[in-house]
Design a protein around this ligand. Structure first.
Ligand SMILES: [Zn+2]
Length: 133
């Protein structure tokens, strides 16, 4: 599956967003090395702290299926916003532990595309090696 196809999958996932408060819809698609795609969408909540972002939804769903960091090939994150949807701080922290440092992260809003990695998105990471000594 190429970059454009994975971005297309993320846009399909975006249709499942539950965003009655922000009306900002985000979709994500995780591609694993076995060719499978796992979707995620942003799921908001009236108690805003209970909201979950699309990329965390997708990566948690992939882990829930049994996939782990070494199985992950790429991640696409898309939105219907005016700008490309860059992951929020919490998602960067989560992704820094759960996906390979140099796995491609494709960001798109359908008009603009940016290719990133978690290494580029989150320099000077706090991670497992800081906690487990
Ligand atoms: Zn986020």
């Amino acid at each position: 599956m190429n970059r454009e196809e994975l971005i297309k999958e993320a846009f399909k996932a975006m249709e499942n967003a539950y965003a009655p408060y922000s009306n900002y819809h985000v979709g994500a698609a995780v591609l694993t090395k076995d060719g499978q795609v796992t979707w995620g969408a942003n799921i908001e909540n009236a108690s805003f702290g209970g909201t979950n972002c699309a990329e965390r939804s997708a990566i948690f769903a992939a882990y829930s299926k049994g996939y782990r960091k070494e199985d992950i090939e790429a991640l696409a994150i898309v939105s219907d916003g005016d700008r490309v949807c860059a992951p929020c701080g919490i998602c960067r922290q989560v992704l820094s532990e759960l996906i390979p440092q140099d796995a491609p992260i494709y960001l798109s809003n359908g008009k603009e595309n940016v290719d990133m990695t978690i290494r580029k998105l989150l320099p000077m990471q706090f991670g497992t090696e800081d906690v487990i000594r």
